[in-house]
Design a protein around this ligand. Structure first.
Ligand code: FEO
Length: 164
């Protein structure tokens, strides 16, 4: 079954959102590095790389279905933040935004009875549960330890352990 034009356009839009996510998280990494939170920065670089892998999952899928990938312009990401708690509040809010978009794509694939797209999108539905949980857990820890002091240094060390 051929990928519909409507579904292809929506998936291309999602490639843009995933690459925009990578760009946003890389900008957050750069900010964290600038305030000497190397562990936070490393976590965000890994997060950024993961978003590029999400973009490539959609990219490859569009070609698996005989479609055409078309990239769109990205917005300039925020470069300054109010500290690590602010960074993770924005990370969680961004992941919730992405979850909403994935659910809309899922609903569209369901309407079109595009079962192959539903399969790929189910992976993303599950991934978003993880993404929100991870960002939410780190935000909760930040709310406990605050934006400076010993607790923050320990959390920075912990986040440095995230594998690529
Ligand atoms: Fe690609 Fe963080 O969702």
């Amino acid at each position: 079954m051929e990928l519909s034009k409507k579904m292809q356009d929506a998936l291309n839009e999602q490639i843009k959102e995933e690459i925009a996510s990578a760009y946003i998280y890389l900008s957050m990494a750069a900010y964290c590095e600038s305030i000497n939170l190397g562990g936070f920065a490393k976590w965000m670089v890994n997060q950024s790389n993961e978003e590029m892998s999400h973009a490539m999952k959609f990219y490859n899928y569009i070609y698996d279905r005989g479609g055409r990938v078309v990239l769109e312009a990205l917005d300039k990401p925020a470069t300054e933040f109010g500290g690590p708690t602010d960074v993770f509040e924005k990370t969680l809010a961004h992941e919730q935004f992405i979850t909403g978009r994935i659910h809309k794509l899922y609903a569209m694939a369901s309407e079109e009875k595009d079962y192959a797209s539903l399969g790929v999108l189910q992976w993303f539905v599950d991934e978003q549960v993880e993404e929100e949980k991870t960002a939410g857990d780190i935000l909760e820890m930040l709310k406990m330890v605050g934006d400076k002091g010993q607790g923050l240094i320990m959390l920075d060390r912990q986040l440095a352990q995230r594998g690529g």
